[in-house]
Design a binder for this molecule. Structure first.
Ligand code: SAH
Length: 227
């Protein structure tokens, strides 16, 4: 890692965005997402990642790398956050569901782009800390609850888009059910401890479902039992 937070966070964040944009271009052939859009760039620029990272990791807050956030969990690599956000291509009026709130960073980025984000986290203390951070940053269009995200969030379904930020062994059926026609699910699928497939699953207007694998990624596992 070459990056650190010696400079002002804004400068470090701009440098990180340049790197993320370059990596989006470099992987464009595999992902079909060739350019970091202006909207996603601005969303990333608006969220201070250092506020989502523990004190002992501050130096690396604007490195293009995942970082530990406690309880064996990680805040995702900024490139992956950018890519998954682009893939969801959220429209301004959209309602989204995120599984795996973690630090709350990905939810905060999505919140810049859409009307409402719902996010589910399995570990209560992470959910509490994320909710507190979002309050401090006056991000008020994210609702977090503790639970098993594989079940989705029926009360607020259907969703325009669903993003899963932990690796599932298989695509949870409830999440596909809770997608609107025309909606999209972005999810890493595969076993923990090795690379998983980042998959995009589209539901068409007739309700038919199409999936494709984009690139190998590494996520912590989606665990389907109480914390
Ligand atoms: N999106 C997060 C990073 C997620 S790390 C961020 O921006 O910081 C993956 C998270 O998924 C972890 O916090 C983990 O506790 C959570 N998780 C794992 N299994 C889960 C499940 N079944 N339901 C909800 N959350 C889960």
């Amino acid at each position: 890692m070459v990056d650190c937070l010696d400079e002002a966070p804004e400068t470090a964040r701009q440098a990180l965005l340049e790197r993320v944009a370059a990596e989006i271009r470099e992987t464009g052939e595999a992902t079909g997402c060739c350019e970091l859009s202006g909207r996603v760039w601005h969303a990333l620029a608006a969220v201070p990642r250092h506020r989502f990272v523990p004190d002992e990791q501050q130096k690396w807050a604007y490195a293009n790398t995942p970082l530990p956030i406690g309880r064996g969990q990680t805040i995702s690599q900024p490139f992956i956050v950018a890519l998954m956000t682009e893939l969801l291509a959220p429209a301004p009026g959209a309602t989204l569901l995120e599984i795996g709130t973690g630090s709350g960073y990905q939810a905060a980025v999505l919140a810049q782009l859409v009307r409402q984000v719902y996010s589910i986290e399995r570990i209560p203390e992470l959910a509490r800390a994320a909710a507190q951070r979002l309050r401090e940053l006056s991000i008020d269009n994210v609702e977090i609850r503790v639970g098993d995200g594989a079940q989705g969030w029926k009360e607020h379904a259907p969703f325009d888009g669903i993003m899963v930020t932990a690796a599932a062994l298989a695509v949870p059926p409830a999440l596909v059910q809770q997608l609107k026609p025309g909606g999209r699910l972005v999810i890493p699928v595969g076993e923990p401890g090795r690379t998983q497939d980042l998959q995009v699953i589209d539901k068409d207007q007739q309700g038919a479902v199409f999936s494709r694998s984009l690139l190998p990624v590494v996520f912590v596992p989606l665990i389907q039992s109480p914390a």
